[in-house]
Design a protein around this ligand. Structure first.
Ligand code: ADP
Length: 432
């Protein structure tokens, strides 16, 4: 977005905010002016008749005029230049009214300095000119024709307006400088914001390009890979010599691993760019159990590990959630457990945690994880040791994907482990 547009937008919003602030201030000042007039000089006496003092009417009508226009602009047309000028004039009007109502007491003149300071909240030095000139002109004219109203004395005031003008200009100098500085900062903010917007647009474009690249490449890889896996399955079932069977088994293992890596990369990218959507539905816990037993029983048997899954009696037969993603998380974690366990068992259990939360535990008696590395393993492309990939393979994406998926489903994934003895990965999920 253009710097100038952002700058004007910022200025407009600021203007609106300050307009609103002045609307409240005006009403407050109006009430104060009336109270001042009422309490200081409510009645005027002549003989035995009394009437309401002119100050009371002045406070009501002049204060009303000063208040109504700014309030009108603040409500119906905020953030406009004309409104700002009306407010500036009205605010100075109030200053002169207060000085008059307080009989020209010197303390009342502080209101002028307050008004100029409030007006500088618009961060526009030009806005200070008109009210300052008004205040100076008011001192000059009232000083000549009605000095009691502005200085509280009748004589010896011919040149006092000059002294007052000097103080006003002195304050204007500082406020004006601050306004210029603040405007400069606002422009700098606009430049930074514009750069950020440009960077975000570029990143989005890049991301879209990357998404396209990922889906095309993963499709191009997965199609022939599925062909390889399918025909390897045929070969495994056909009568072939033992030596060749070993080769085929290795091809199968490698292609399965490759397919997992491609799938992980794609999922990670989808999660990273926030494009992965959940598909919650009712599912049977027994189906998940069946699936896991089908996938892992044989694998565990091959490694001489026992695999068991226990579902606590309080877990309902039917649950509600994205069973596809739950299976994915479980497959990742149990797959790791099998991979990193050479003897003993893998135990999965599901139990009620609290409210609508259910807890899944996957315990293994494998190599375990060092305490210092427990958090690190959830980062993408990270394994516990640099030697892990060499020895066990893997991309270091599985746990990062699992953690993000569990969190996306409203749960949390944790691990507890004793190095050399085994690990327990556990996560909670709202499933009702
Ligand atoms: P990958 O298994 O592909 O390397 P993961 O993100 O699934 O990637 O796991 C990251 C790392 O966490 C693994 O490389 C391993 O060092 C460690 N890890 C995960 N699960 C276990 C486990 N059950 N026992 C020991 N280490 C584990």
């Amino acid at each position: 977005m253009e710097v100038e547009v952002l700058f004007q937008e910022h200025k407009y919003k600021l203007g609106k905010r300050v307009d609103r602030g002045f609307a409240y201030l005006m009403v407050l000042q109006w009430v104060l002016a009336i109270l001042l007039a009422v309490f200081v000089s409510p009645l005027t006496w002549s003989g035995d008749s009394s009437s309401i003092h002119m100050h009371v009417w002045m406070a009501i009508f002049l204060g009303g005029i000063f208040t109504s226009l700014p309030v009108y602009y603040a409500i119906f047309n905020p953030g406009q230049k004309i409104g700002r000028y009306v407010i500036a004039i009205a605010q100075m009007g109030f200053s002169t009214l207060f000085i008059h109502l307080m009989g020209g007491r010197i303390e009342a003149h502080f209101h002028i300095f307050g008004s100029l300071a409030f007006l500088s909240a618009y961060r526009e030095w030009r806005l200070l000119i008109l009210p300052s000139l008004l205040a100076i002109a008011d001192h000059l004219i009232r000083g000549i024709y009605f000095p009691l109203s502005v200085y509280g004395v009748m004589s010896g005031v011919e040149w006092r307006w000059l002294e007052h003008a000097g103080w006003i200009l002195f304050e204007d100098l500082f406020l004006g400088y601050m306004c210029v500085q603040a405007t400069r900062e606002m422009r700098q903010i606009a430049v930074t914001k514009s750069d950020l917007i440009k960077a975000r647009i570029n990143a989005e474009k890049l991301n879209a390009g990357r998404s396209h690249f990922f889906s095309v490449v993963s499709h191009e890889i997965r199609t022939p890979l599925n062909g390889i896996i399918g025909f390897t399955d045929f070969l495994q079932e056909s009568p072939i010599p033992a030596e060749q069977r070993d080769y085929v088994n290795i091809i199968k293992q490698c292609s399965d691993t490759l397919l997992k890596v491609v799938n992980d990369l794609l999922d990670f990218h989808k999660l990273d760019s926030g494009r992965l959507e959940l598909d919650p539905h009712a599912f049977k816990i027994s189906d998940v159990q069946q699936y896991l037993e089908n996938v892992f029983s044989l694998e565990c048997q091959k490694k001489n590990l026992t695999f068991s899954m226990r579902v606590a009696s309080e877990v309902p037969v039917e649950l509600y959630g994205d069973s596809h993603r739950i299976r994915q998380v479980l497959t990742n974690i149990i797959g790791n457990a099998v991979k990193f366990t050479d003897e003993g068992s893998i135990q999965v259990s599901v139990s009620h945690y609290k409210g609508n939360l259910y807890r899944w535990d996957i315990a293994d008696t494998g190599i375990g994880i060092k305490k210092d590395n427990l958090q690190k393993i959830f980062s993408p492309y990270t394994q516990e040791f640099s030697s892990t990939a060499r020895k066990y393979g893997g991309s270091g994406l599985g746990l990062s994907i699992s953690k993000t998926l569990v969190e996306l489903m409203g749960g949390q994934l944790h691990v507890e482990s004793t190095y050399g003895k085994g690990s327990v990965f556990f996560f909670t999920l709202p499933l009702k």
